[in-house]
Write a protein of this length. Structure first.
Length: 500
């Protein structure tokens, strides 16, 4: 192998796409939903002194006589201080204290917040505090309140409180920890027996079935001898929960000797029991959805979109810092700082405006395409891809994706996610495109109308949809049925009916 040293000239051609920080910020702002945008604006107002809220113009004063000051009346500057050594001059010192309030820029050149801005910030904070929900009662508080009404030994009470602390409402309030794990390693058999007694006491509290260790125990705790078909229910819970899940009623009939009617009646009673008694204490608060776009129907029948930016505060660049940068009194370091802050404020204002324009154009194109959905309902939604909207609006498909991401639109059909209007589809036998949402609705319609004594299999569902002009594969039927939480044909069968 031969080595050589020398210079070599090589020319390479590379094409790179470099995104400017301004473009990156515009894309981030476009992707933000309304509430996140408001948080972004609040953060920018706190961090950037060059950004401030646009003040509203003062209301015009009604015409009328205006009291004029006498030219001889002294102004604040014209009033003289009278120093009298024989007095403490209280009036003069009070005037000095009030001087800064009367002339705001006399001592301090920094910008002061206007009364409108302070009132607006106070109103926003007041609204935020008023909208804070009160802390709901927890499962532990509810059980401990009941426990406090019982007369228990100190050891039993302590063990019961320890058991209650292990219950998780998001898990249905089940007791998943073994009693041995709650006790010290050297616990005596008497202590273990006391723990069992404490668990029984906790299970006797409301809601019924709380602190059960599994589904069987949860349902058995809720059973009462006076309930209809008590013995049959107890047998089903103890030995045939899996058979009930798979709707194997004939197998239960062979093993128990109960008639199908009795099994079905007991099963109907079982459905009244609560399999997750602690779930009602779980945090189930659903955040309110704030629509970013509102659809309004004009007199000509055409739908028009309006971006709801009523909650977006108007922004502007501080005039004080503009003058400070322009008059040349700032140092070099201050100029660099002010340039960065003013540029950042300008970028944010322009990005918010660009977000509004892009969202308006994209939403209007979507609404125009899906007008049949808004007029006639979900079964008339049209197959639509983001690339189609991107071509129509004249932007990249990723811009459309960011514009509709996590955005909600208020329509005559309710508040819907904007992505709801983008759906795939299939072709009918006559070659017409049909959206998958329409296929799902038709599938649900067929299943609801089927004979429950002999329900359709997935292969038969394919044939039924074909009769209605929809060509769908069997695996697609299975996938949609599972997504719609529709059980299989065996589980849908009603064994109390005689097959036709």
């Amino acid at each position: 192998m031969r080595l050589s040293l020398g210079l070599e000239t090589r020319q390479t051609l590379q094409q790179k796409q470099v995104l400017a920080p301004r473009m990156i910020q515009s894309m981030e702002i476009l992707q933000l939903p309304m509430m996140a945008l408001l948080e972004k604006i609040d953060q920018a107002l706190n961090e950037n002194p060059a950004l401030e809220l646009q003040e509203f113009e003062p209301e015009p004063v009604e015409d009328g006589p205006v009291e004029q000051e006498s030219p001889d009346s002294p102004t604040v500057e014209e009033k003289e201080l009278i120093v009298d050594e024989r007095q403490d001059n209280v009036d003069d010192f009070e005037r000095l204290v009030e001087l800064d309030r009367d002339i705001p820029d006399y001592f301090d050149e920094a910008p002061r917040r206007s009364v409108n801005r302070m009132d607006e910030e106070a109103d926003r904070k007041h609204d935020a505090m008023a909208n804070i929900e009160s802390r709901p009662q927890s499962l532990q508080d509810f059980l401990l309140a009941q426990l406090g009404e019982l007369e228990l030994e100190a050891e039993i009470l302590e063990l019961a409180e320890r058991i209650i602390s292990c219950l998780d409402p998001s898990d249905g309030g089940y007791f998943r920890t073994s009693l041995e794990d709650l006790l010290p390693a050297d616990a005596s058999p008497e202590t273990l027996q006391a723990a069992r007694r404490a668990l029984q006491i906790v299970q006797s509290l409301e809601p019924p079935g709380i602190a059960a260790r599994d589904l069987r125990e949860c349902l058995l705790v809720q059973l009462r001898p006076e309930m209809p078909h008590y013995e049959a229910q107890k047998t089903l819970i103890q030995d045939h929960l899996e058979d009930l899940r798979d709707n194997r009623l004939p197998a239960i009939k062979r093993k128990t000797g109960y008639s199908i009617e009795t099994i079905q009646a007991a099963w109907n009673e079982l459905r009244k029991l609560n399999p997750k008694p602690g779930a009602c204490f779980a945090d189930s608060a659903v955040p309110a959805v704030t629509p970013d776009v509102v659809v309004e129907k004009g007199e000509d029948g055409r739908y028009r979109v309006v971006v709801d930016d009523s909650r977006t505060p108007p922004l502007r660049i501080s005039e004080y810092y503009r003058r400070r940068l322009a008059n040349g009194t700032a140092t070099t370091e201050e100029k660099e700082f002010l340039k960065r802050k003013i540029n950042a404020a300008q970028w944010l204002i322009e990005s918010i405006e660009q977000r509004r324009n892009t969202l308006t154009r994209v939403a209007q194109a979507v609404v125009d395409y899906q007008q049949r959905f808004l007029d006639d309902g979900p079964e008339h939604i049209e197959p639509l891809k983001m690339q189609q909207i991107a071509n129509q609006v004249g932007v990249h498909v990723t811009t459309v994706s960011r514009a509709v991401d996590d955005k909600w639109i208020q329509t005559p059909r309710g508040i819907l996610p904007l992505r709801r209007f983008f759906v795939g589809g299939t072709h009918s036998e006559d070659g017409e495109e049909v959206a998958w949402d329409a296929v799902r609705l038709k599938l649900q319609e067929v299943i609801e109308a089927e004979d429950k004594s002999n329900p359709f299999s997935d292969d038969e569902l394919v044939q039924e949809l074909r009769k209605r002009g929809l060509v769908v594969a069997r695996r697609t039927i299975t996938k949609y049925r599972q997504k719609m939480d529709i059980p299989s044909s065996r589980q849908r069968r009603d064994w109390t009916q005689t097959p036709k």
